[in-house]
Design a protein around this ligand. Structure first.
Ligand SMILES: [Fe+2]
Length: 163
């Protein structure tokens, strides 16, 4: 979780500083969780074994690329609102709300772990859409909406492997 106030830069952006600060804090939490999950799916990409190896190995790499893209969009939205994104591995590990990824090999076990993390992030992202909308920041709400669609789709892809 965030444990200190984030830096904030003056801007001519017409949304109030209070709204932009609230959005930066929200976006930063999602940036940390997204980058954490990006490395966790890469860990799965490297360690998966079993009959579905190649399929899962390739899927997990695709998930990594998508999450890094989502993270880039979140970080640049923070910057556009006058904030300073915190995306180093130490900042991410301090702030992420996701559980640490276990040592696993079996493909079904990897999928199960990733399903729970995608479900957690998808739920938080849906909530973030409402928070941004309530604050009148339609740009941030739209960004979260696109990310939400991606997370929902990948949750489906993952769940389809195990049920
Ligand atoms: Fe690779």
């Amino acid at each position: 979780m965030l444990n200190k106030p984030l830096e904030f830069r003056p801007s001519h952006h017409d949304l109030s500083k209070e709204v932009r600060q609230a959005m930066v804090n929200l976006l930063q939490q999602h940036l940390a969780d997204t980058l954490d999950l990006a490395l966790q799916v890469k860990q799965a990409h490297w360690t998966v074994r079993g009959p579905q190896f190649l399929q899962l190995h390739e899927l997990f790499d695709t998930l990594n690329s998508e999450l890094l893209g989502n993270g880039d969009d979140l970080a640049e939205r923070i910057t556009a609102l006058g904030g300073v994104p915190q995306g180093t591995i130490r900042q991410v590990s301090q702030q992420s709300t996701l559980p640490e990824y276990p040592i696993l090999a079996d493909g079904a076990d990897h999928v199960k772990e990733l399903v729970s993390r995608y479900a957690q992030l998808a739920k938080a992202t849906r909530k973030a859409i409402d928070v941004a909308s309530d604050k009148g920041d339609t740009g941030t709400a739209d960004l979260f909406t696109g990310i939400s669609r991606n997370l929902d789709k990948r949750l489906w892809f993952l769940e389809a492997h195990v049920s």
